[in-house]
Structure formats: structure tokens, C-alpha cells
Design a protein around this ligand. Structure first.
Ligand SMILES: [Zn+2]
Length: 98
């Protein structure tokens, strides 16, 4: 059965750095996209898992968003959860510095 429950959702993309873009849904971050020195973008979900890789930022971002829609009810609906994205940002920074 097809559901229209989340059809109104739209992501907000915030470009934090030239090579780092964060995705927010209903003011909650759901993932981020970072670019490696070769120009390839990688999208990471809230568990810092790679969900999409490619040269096109738009395509990679949309893949990340598509993945979030299925998890939206679990990740965005409850309030007062532990901010998973703090850990994700730390992981991303460690990878950049590695
Ligand atoms: Zn959401």
C-alpha cells in the first residue's frame, strides 16, 4: 500500500564547508555529504554509514534523502533524543584529519 504520509517532507541542505553539506529534516539533522580530494561525494546516514557515492552532489544528496524518508518516523518524530549527529560530525572530522 502506497503511503502519502511523508510526501510533504522536504530536506534542508546546509553547506557548512565547500566539501561538507549537512541535511536537515524538520530542523533535525539526518545525514551529511562530504567530498574527498578527488571530487567524489559520499553521503552518510545518521549512523555514519555510507549510503551513496558519486561525482554529482545533487544525486548523492537525493539518495541520502530517499533513505531518510523511510526512517523519518523513527528519527524525526520523537523529541529529546540523544543528538546522534554530534558523533557523526566527530567521525567525519577524524576521517578528514586521517
Ligand atoms: Zn525526517
Amino acid at each position: 500500500m502506497f503511503s502519502l504520509t511523508n510526501a510533504h517532507l522536504r530536506p534542508t541542505w546546509k553547506r557548512v564547508e565547500d566539501d561538507f553539506v549537512m541535511g536537515a529534516c524538520a530542523h533535525r539533522l539526518f545525514g551529511y555529504v562530504s567530498q574527498d580530494p578527488d571530487g567524489v561525494w559520499s553521503a552518510f546516514d545518521e549512523d555514519a554509514r555510507v549510503v551513496a557515492v558519486g561525482a554529482d552532489l545533487r544525486a548523492v544528496s537525493e539518495a541520502l534523502w530517499d533513505g531518510h524518508i523511510a526512517a523519518h518516523d523513527d528519527h524525526c518524530a520523537p523529541a529529546g533524543e540523544e543528538p546522534w549527529w554530534r558523533r557523526s560530525i566527530r567521525v567525519a572530522r577524524e576521517r578528514h584529519l586521517a
